[in-house]
Design a protein around this ligand. Structure first.
Ligand code: NDP
Length: 255
């Protein structure tokens, strides 16, 4: 029997990891709603998904805005159908020593990286439970499991996202819905290029040296490709038995 069509909503889907996840889920046959603040980026990502032969919609969304979250989910349900797969991928990462971590920077990390996933999940969970099928995939980070210097706000927010994942996974266990976190090390996206620019501006290191230093921090000694993260999300789509896990991607070879 053919698998039913699934509808996936991916936050931060306009570029980087989120865009790759949207395209990977499209290749699995999902209709995809690609959401982020930048309209141009989500329109381009949705067009790329449509070229893979699935329905796709761009959705303008700031995940920190409860009204926009409700609207984005309603728009997706109206145009594509009920949301079966939610990928909480939108995130920000800024570095600063704690003494320069102002409350605004701290709170911004929690609003985007934690409150965003909470609002998004709350907006789709009831429908998933009713239909007894759902996937919530949270893109956390190795920073959700370990500490690193100069990123207290980011690290604390990603630890919170991992805690959210584990608690909700237990709450929905046995009800057809799974909730998991993907925890990559440094991935080759704008987020890392921006971090390298910050390191370049604050230290004597060149941009290339800063990128190389981040690659070396990954246990595999290399940057991870967005497509590798997307492959884990695609696997979770068809996996009924994984719930409450933190799936680590650190660049080490699988075998
Ligand atoms: P990018 O900076 O390339 O992409 C971030 C995405 O999030 C963009 O699409 C951005 O779109 C969106 N976004 C940011 N703020 C908001 C918001 N308030 N509302 C809606 N969308 C928002 O980063 P990555 O692709 O690297 O990161 C994706 C996720 O992966 C993040 O959660 C990040 O923490 C995590 N991660 C990244 C790693 C890395 O090394 N790159 C390592 C581990 C985890 P727009 O600005 O248009 O809104």
């Amino acid at each position: 029997m053919a698998s039913p069509k699934r509808v996936a909503l991916i936050t931060g889907g306009g570029r980087g990891i989120g865009r790759e996840i949207a395209l990977a889920l499209a290749r699995e046959g999902c209709a995809v709603a690609v959401a982020a603040r930048s309209r141009e980026a989500v329109e381009a990502a949705a067009a790329a998904a449509r070229r893979l032969g699935v329905e796709a919609r761009p959705v303008a969304l700031d995940v920190t805005d409860p009204v926009a979250v409700t609207r984005a989910v309603a728009e997706t349900v109206e145009t594509l159908g009920p949301v079966d797969v939610l990928v909480n991928n939108a995130g920000i990462a800024e570095s600063a020593p704690l003494l320069k971590t102002e409350p605004e920077l701290w709170e911004r990390h929690f609003r985007v990286n934690v409150t965003g996933p909470y609002l998004m999940t709350r907006a789709v969970l009831a429908g998933m439970l009713e239909r007894r099928w759902g996937r919530v995939i949270n893109v956390a980070s190795l920073a959700g499991l370990y500490g690193a210097p100069y990123v207290t706000a980011y690290t604390a927010s990603k630890h919170a996202l991992v805690g959210f994942t584990r608690a909700l996974a237990l709450e929905v266990a046995g009800k057809g819905v799974t909730v998991n976190a993907i925890c990559p090390g440094y991935v080759a996206t704008d987020l890392v290029w921006n971090a390298a620019r910050t390191i370049e501006a604050r230290t004597g290191k060149s941009f290339d040296e800063a990128v190389a230093a981040m690659a070396r921090i990954n246990p595999g000694g290399r940057l991870i490709e967005p497509a590798e993260v997307a492959a884990v999300a695609a696997k979770l789509l068809w996996d009924d038995g994984t719930n409450g896990e933190t799936l680590i991607l650190d660049g080490t070879p699988a075998a």
